[in-house]
Design a protein around this ligand. Structure first.
Ligand code: PMV
Length: 353
């Protein structure tokens, strides 16, 4: 009998959206109400490393398992199960076509996953996590799948994960097919197109767990009137402007769309009933600091964006590092609520891959 352990590893990067995904039109398939666009951050600073293995010798009752940062993690959730199912089906098709292949699709899977950044940093790690999860198994199964095909599977794990299958500037096209077959990511531009782009991550020191993105989205779709305006008008315009800004390497335009889209997303959250607040006083202080940095420079050198939490991500260009990072430390350094090392930019100012 085949008692071999088959194994493959991969890493996946974090991405931070500049036009936000917020809202599901099909919660089961993770189909979004709007397209979104993100910047992939450097894997040298932020990444998930995942090893997938399978063996007929793994005790069958144990089933599939995941060890996340050393802790056993639940894999019974519908999203994780959808990823397992999709990947196994593709492997089973290969095995049916070529009976000489080992029957990996029938063996229990073990996944071991590690982030190289503290989970306590409050960064949304699900994007890198599911992207690495899907690619590690695809590598193990030797699936002839393109990043676009894998993005389709990762999307079902966590929406934003579909954008972590690509580097550089990445769009997730919402698509229109009811089965989700056209809701996938593509690369708008490689990192080399605009290699000066940097991200400074400001970590709020007292980031307590807020409303999950899934329930926040559900509540927003169900109760916000402003949200309808966002998905019909605001986001389509922002997608268009953002793609043009990236093509032209126009930082002022990139920054304006980034900040406006973050504001719009958080406005719809405040417009839900009852309202959801992801930003707090220190978040708002960072917004004011970005405005002060830009005013002092006499041009736009920094842009803020916030996901479903109080941490700020500041985009800027390499040549403006001193103006941005130095000034931030000056403005926010004396303020309680931010982790000091994140203000100094230590381990936090990351380049694109
Ligand atoms: O992929 P999820 O379900 O964790 O949702 C991510 C939502 C935001 O981070 C707020 C926006 C985005 O596009 O990444």
């Amino acid at each position: 009998a085949d008692t071999k352990v088959y194994r493959a590893s991969t890493t996946a990067p974090v991405n931070i959206a500049v036009v936000k995904y917020w809202g599901k039109r099909d919660p089961k398939l993770n189909l979004p109400t709007n397209s979104s666009l993100s910047v992939t951050l450097s894997q040298a600073d932020l990444r998930t490393l995942t090893t997938a293995s399978c063996s007929a010798a793994y005790p069958a009752p144990e089933g599939d398992s995941l060890l996340l940062n050393g802790e056993p993690s639940d894999v019974s959730g519908a999203r994780t199960q959808a990823c397992f199912r999709e990947l196994r089906a593709r492997r089973a098709a290969l095995e049916a076509a070529d009976p000489s292949l080992p029957k990996l699709s029938t063996m229990p899977l073990r996944l071991v996953s590690e982030n190289n950044f503290p989970t306590a940093a409050g960064l949304a790690s699900s994007a890198a996590g599911f992207a690495a999860f899907v690619r590690a198994i695809a590598n193990l199964y030797e699936l002839p799948a393109s990043p676009s095909e894998l993005s389709l599977i990762a999307r079902q794990g966590s929406g934003s994960a579909c954008r972590s299958l690509f580097g550089g500037y990445v769009a997730w096209r919402m698509g229109s097919a009811p089965d989700g077959s056209d809701s996938r990511a593509d690369q708008v531009a490689p990192a080399s197109h605009w290699p000066e782009m940097r991200a400074l991550i400001l970590v709020a020191s007292a980031a307590k767990k807020g409303v999950s993105s899934t329930s926040g989205m559900q509540q927003t779709v169900a109760t916000s009137g402003l949200f309808r305006e966002r998905i019909t008008t605001v986001v389509p315009e922002n997608m268009d402007k953002m793609e043009k800004a990236i093509a032209a390497r126009d930082f002022a335009a990139f920054a304006e769309v980034t900040m406006r889209d973050s504001n719009s997303f958080h406005a719809t959250c405040a417009d839900t009933y009852p309202p959801i607040f992801y930003m707090n006083d220190v978040s708002r202080a960072a917004i004011r600091a970005v405005e002060a940095v830009n005013a002092a420079a006499g041009r736009t050198v920094a842009a803020y964006t916030f996901d479903a939490g109080p941490n700020a991500v500041i985009y800027y260009l390499e040549q403006d590092t001193a103006a941005v990072v130095g000034t931030f430390y000056h403005l926010l350094g004396g303020l309680d609520g931010w982790k000091a090392d994140s203000l100094k930019g230590a381990q936090s100012a990351v380049a694109l891959d």
